[in-house]
Ligand binder design. Structure first.
Ligand SMILES: [Fe+2]
Length: 388
């Protein structure tokens, strides 16, 4: 009898007590990570285990002479788990140091607020880009499907990069925001995200599931959309949201999909962007999108739409390089009758369970060329090409 009681205590009561203790702790579920880093601003995100208020201490030295809160509508952002603080007024090409401090809010009533514990991150640093940059590198990952473990080891082989592009389907279908934190953000923040940003491209799987609409709360883009542009030195980047792969009328979407109109609207936006001096005068033009853009495609509705609505516009806009994923079959295609630009499709882990299909892409931007490589996680080159 005693033995049975001991087993019950060990197997049931103790884990419950430990769980209760853990849930009472206040801690960073995701350490700080950077978003939307430009010459003059950056947004610092962190995710806490409980509702809180946060501020960022930052400066050009370890002294961190400035403190910044996020505030809108006259209210300091508070009583949320996800904290985002924009640092503005930065100077191009400068190194800044920062740390995040978050304070738990235990009670939030109309006339009474009680604070709890505080947590403070380590001091991290980042460097703002500047318009004179002629050489930089970046990585792209795609179709990781909630298995991000290899990304840190790849980053350790490529520590010189300016940013990392997550090119869609980083997650499986999203059932709860915990998946966004545990399978995506926390590992990124712990690896590289505190000092270089990730640029986020939405994949079709990330449009699916009851918590898919929460994803936008965890990323920050220049225009608040999943399609946007940014420049680094001599290079113009365009990020596109290629949407779902099946027709909007497919039964699995239950009448809640509106991607045809969304892609049409993006096509109009592409026209307006590619008409700007910033786009036309860039030395290099790179597009990041999830679904490939080619006249030779899988025949699915999403691919057909991309080929019809985006591809001709991108060809006319003299795109040099189109980086994508989705098919899980890694390939580097030089300009041909199906697309006038170089297109690199990163691999993925799922199809036929072939782990050999997992890849990453490294792009080295130089003043006169783009050197693009498709590699295995160990750094073995599958294919490479110098654009221009
Ligand atoms: Fe996909």
């Amino acid at each position: 009898m005693k033995r049975i009681i001991l087993i019950i205590v060990a197997c049931i009561v103790l884990p419950l007590l430990i769980a209760a203790q853990d849930s009472s702790k206040f801690y960073f579920r995701s350490l700080p990570y950077l978003q939307n880093l430009s010459e003059n601003e950056v947004t610092v995100f962190s995710v806490a285990s409980k509702p809180c208020v946060s501020y960022v201490l930052f400066g050009e030295t370890f002294e961190l002479s400035d403190a910044v809160f996020a505030s809108q509508h006259g209210q300091i952002d508070a009583n949320r788990h996800v904290q985002k603080v924009k640092l503005s007024g930065l100077l191009p090409g400068k190194k800044y140091y920062y740390r995040v401090v978050s304070k738990e809010i235990k009670v939030y009533q109309a006339y009474k607020v009680l604070f709890g514990d505080s947590v403070m991150s380590d001091i991290h640093s980042f460097v703002t880009p500047h318009s004179d940059i002629r050489r930089f590198s970046f990585l792209t990952f795609n179709d990781v499907h909630s298995r991000p473990d290899f990304i840190d080891s790849v980053y350790r082989q490529n520590r010189d990069v300016a940013f990392i592009c997550y090119n869609g389907d980083m997650l499986d279908d999203i059932y709860h925001s915990n998946e966004i934190i545990d399978h995506f953000l926390a590992s990124s923040a712990a690896s590289f995200g505190a000092s270089i940003p990730f640029v986020y491209t939405r994949g079709n799987h990330e449009t699916r599931g009851p918590a898919a609409r929460e994803l936008i709360d965890f990323v920050c883009t220049p225009n608040g959309q999943y399609f946007y542009t940014f420049n680094i030195g001599n290079t113009a980047f365009m990020v596109l949201d290629t949407g779902e792969d099946k027709p909007d009328t497919h039964t699995v979407y239950a009448g809640l999909a509106d991607y045809d109109r969304y892609r049409t609207m993006q096509a109009a936006w592409i026209r307006s962007v590619t008409d700007t001096d910033s786009w036309k005068k860039a030395k290099h033009r790179i597009v990041c999108a999830h679904i490939p853009a080619s006249r030779s495609h899988d025949g699915w509705h999403g691919s057909t739409e991309v080929a019809q609505k985006f591809l001709p516009l991108l060809e006319n806009a003299r795109v040099d390089l189109y980086l994508c994923g989705h098919t899980h079959e890694p390939v580097l295609e030089t300009p041909n009758a199906n697309h006038k630009f170089t297109m690199v499709v990163g691999g993925g882990p799922m199809r036929n369970e072939k782990s050999a299909n997992v890849t990453y892409i490294r792009v080295d931007v130089d003043h006169n060329y783009l050197y693009v490589r498709l590699l295995t996680p160990k750094g073995e080159i599958i294919n490479e090409y110098k654009v221009k």
